[in-house]
Design a protein around this ligand. Structure first.
Ligand code: NDP
Ligand code: AKG
Length: 419
């Protein structure tokens, strides 16, 4: 894994790669490569022992030409200004790829949540929500979960916002618990769109999903659900999964639900008794499987690892898991990479459904959510493969960016942003 590749530069390179195929002037394009604004703030929070600890936190609002800024909030020690800028940009092009009416944003706090108590995390989150309050709202900027955040943190943000504003505004944040205005199906949505993308990819490439072997790096919200649904709904053989403790391998196929129970009980995949062996994350990424799903963090596959990837197909569940150099290597090696801005877009798509339900105060069944999600992802997949076939682009990522950039540029143009 390459920690020294700047994800914001990776995003800009991805946009530049597509620019040659898009009818947008270079000055207009330059605007689409930078965030509109970035909040950097210091949270001073009381710890359980009465001491005060300070945390750096960010929110980047990248582009609002297609609608309110939208995107998750990450709690991780490696959160940085450039990471948040990159993640907010990927949100812009993701929302455009699946054609939902949002711009892109992303936030984060530099924190390892495992080192803090529940009450400390609540105070950190409420302090962050206090700083976000002037920026967010159902028509301004709508946060959601990302790495190490979930329903609990979203409920705290909603409550803080509503208390300060003296209102009820559940559409200020998505990914809430259903009892606090969350949508059925949101927890599973990211993994579900990864599964749907994998299903479409197998069909498109004329491969059999039920005979495929699969390895998944990262076993959180995105990875564990993707692994389970690919096992249960596509009948594929998930032979390896990993988390930060390492990878577990079972050539006959893992019982994904059982592995998840083990992680729930022990906090780690390592030590899972039904695995035939334990591997490193790097060994998982270079395993000879039909489908590889990176579902952890950005830069997981760099140029050097890309040369040793043995999978035929990669479906990106994580945001930015390949460095641009790795992308080039995999394109040259004919490994079919289906990009994050399509494959993991289920999360933000069901967040959009949650926001619609919050605004209407009328809630959908899980079946309706899943059916609408399937429609959105399959239509976006078809648009992506049509663009790939009709243009001279080198890979599926560039095809996705061509359509997404055109959509964002059209909205900006129609609004008169470009003179
Ligand atoms: N949540 C969502 O709705 C969406 C998430 N994403 C993206 O999906 C990715 C994962 O997010 P999400 O699942 O929500 O996050 P979670 O916090 O739920 O899970 C992250 C997982 O990645 C693992 N991990 C972290 N570092 C490493 C490493 N170096 N090697 C192997 N595994 C590692 C973690 O291990 P451990 O359990 O040991 O900590 C954990 O299993 C991110 O890129 C995120 O931006 C994209 C769209 C929506
Ligand atoms: O659900 C959302 O609004 C955003 C999820 C997210 O952060 C992402 O897609 O990377």
């Amino acid at each position: 894994m390459s920690g020294d590749v700047n994800p914001f530069e990776s995003l800009q390179e991805q946009i530049d790669d597509a620019a040659a195929y898009v009818d947008v002037g270079s000055d207009a394009l330059e605007r689409l490569k930078r965030p509109e604004r970035v909040l950097e703030t210091t949270l001073s929070v009381e710890m359980d022992d009465g001491s005060i600890e300070v945390f750096t936190a960010f929110r980047s609002q990248f582009n609002g030409d297609r609608g309110p800024y939208k995107g998750g909030i990450r709690y991780h020690p490696n959160v940085s200004r450039d990471e948040v800028k990159a993640l907010s940009g990927w949100m812009v092009y993701k929302c455009a790829t699946v054609d939902i009416p949002y711009g892109g944003g992303k936030g984060g706090i530099v924190i390892d949540p495992r080192e803090y108590s529940l009450s400390e995390l609540e105070r950190v989150t409420r302090s962050y929500a206090n700083e976000l309050r002037p920026l967010i709202g159902p028509d301004q900027d709508i946060p959601a979960p990302d790495v190490n955040t979930g329903q609990r943190e979203m409920n705290w943000i909603k409550d803080t916002y509503e208390t300060l504003e003296n209102t009820t505004a559940p559409g200020t944040v998505t990914g809430k618990a259903p009892t606090s205005g969350g949508s059925a199906g949101r927890v599973e949505a990211t993994g579900r769109s990864v599964m749907l993308t994998a299903r479409e990819v197998f069909e498109y490439l004329g491969k059999s999903a039920s005979e495929a072997t699969v390895a998944v790096q990262g076993f959180g919200n995105a990875g564990s659900v993707a692994a389970r649904l690919i096992d249960e709904e596509l009948g594929a053989n998930v032979v390896a999964v990993s988390d930060s403790s390492g990878a577990i391998h079972q050539p006959d196929g893992l019982d994904v639900a059982d592995a998840k129970d083990h992680k729930g009980e022990t906090g780690r995949l390592s030590g899972y008794p039904s695995a035939s062996e334990e591997l490193t994350n790097e060994e998982l990424l270079t395993m000879d499987v039909d489908l590889l799903i990176p579902a952890a963090l950005e830069n997981a596959i760099d140029q050097e690892i890309a040369q040793r990837v043995s999978a035929d197909v990669i479906v990106e569940a994580a945001n930015g898991p390949l460095t641009p150099d790795a992308d080039d290597v995999l394109t040259d090696r004919d490994v079919a990479v289906f990009p994050d801005i399509l494959a993991n877009a289920g999360g933000v798509t069901v967040s959009y459904f949650e926001w619609v339900q919050n605004r209407q105060r009328f809630y959908w069944t899980e079946q309706r959510v899943n059916e609408e999600l399937e429609r959105v992802i399959t239509e976006a997949f078809d648009t992506l493969t049509d663009t790939y076939e009709e243009t001279d682009v080198p890979n599926y990522r560039t095809a996705a960016y061509v359509t997404a950039i055109e959509r964002v540029a059209d909205a900006a143009d129609e609004a008169g942003v470009f003179p």
